[in-house]
Design a protein around this ligand. Sequence first.
Ligand code: HEM
Length: 407
Amino acid sequence: MVGIEFWERPHEERHAEFARLRSLESPPFFAEPRIPLVRAGKGFYALTRHADVVEVSRNAKIFSSEPAATSPEPPPWIAWLFGRPMVNMDDPRHGRLRRVVSRAFSPKMLGRIQEEIQATATMIVDDLEREGARDFVEQVAARLPIHVICAMMGVPPERRPYVLKRIDVMTEYSGVRGSLFSPRTIRLLLGNLKAIVDLHRLVAKMGRERRGAPQDDLVSALVNANVDGEFLTTRELGSFFDLLLVAGNETTRNALAHGLKLFTDHPGQRELLLEDYDARIGPAIEEIVRYVSPIIQFRRTLKEPYTLGGHSFAAGDKVVMLYQAANRDPAVFTDPDDFDISRSPNPHVGFGGPGPHLCLGANLARMELKIMFRELFTRLPAIRTTDDPELLLSNFDNGVVCQPFAF
Ligand code: HEM
């Protein structure tokens, strides 16, 4: 679970191990190496049961998202250098920052972005018809979310390929990746840092332009928002930008790519969906997110002693919420390994558990998936995957690097 070997194993083996961990009396502990300057390792308890993930997510007063909610935990100098995104903050500051951005995700704003999503989905399928099928990730799944989030942020269309390239580099170094001191890991880490610097420069420039002359976009809302009596610093603005880009891009892209593979492998489910697309696409999206869990895990640190899942935790202990495991918990989901779009209820935690950090972009992601699949299935009815995907080796993103397909 700590080393790369675990995440390299086939997903069926991963799920079998999750099932074994779920059946233990109390959450197992995994030690992590503490490596000065690179990793702030301490070790964590793995939460694999749905009930435990829900309880931790709800109880943010005890289970803190500080100093960081990602796993492995980044060393403190990363926050010092690049700022701390709100996903790594607790209330009240987290709540204030969240309110600044949440306006962009209100039903009214989503209604406006819907047209942008539809136009982008139409353009993607027009391009497919012209170019033919190569890789579903490159031609479809990676294109839609980046256009949408860049439009919301106010990144001009000509700068979007530049942004996408840097996001790809940033997520290439997500989670565990072999020996920390291998030339490949060092190269990835340096590439990652450079990508972050490039994006921060871009957003700082956009912020300077919009400070005096606000436009109808998120960067304008962020630079002109007053949080705790202060304006966001350039560093804080940069970390916000990273969060929205990484959170809004990779996740939706992977849900789209896994979704096409699931509908190919389960033709009965696809038929069921297409019999009444409008009625069934909502539950189908929830089932894709449950089954795939595009985000594998998030971490919390205990502020006070607490008893959970048969274990007495001490202040300072770390827990990792394995959404991917919780979403297959048979105590909550009947036949959890079946992909079943008519599953109801479907209280999955793929967008995080209930609590202050519940995914801010869930409704945006749902809208993107709904519009993109409609465009694909109606205009290219024979669309299907033709081989297994190349999956990203990561303990954080259930990522698809490449997905061969045909239509
Ligand atoms: C299928 C797509 C998506 C999945 C599976 C997903 C998953 C998640 C999860 C699991 C969390 C919880 C983090 C925690 O509890 O610490 C989260 C938070 C978040 N997500 Fe998403 N997400 C998706 C799409 C998006 C989109 C499209 C955006 C928008 C740009 C977005 C923005 C965010 C933000 C800003 C947070 C942090 C919220 C906070 O800390 O208050 N996500 N997401």
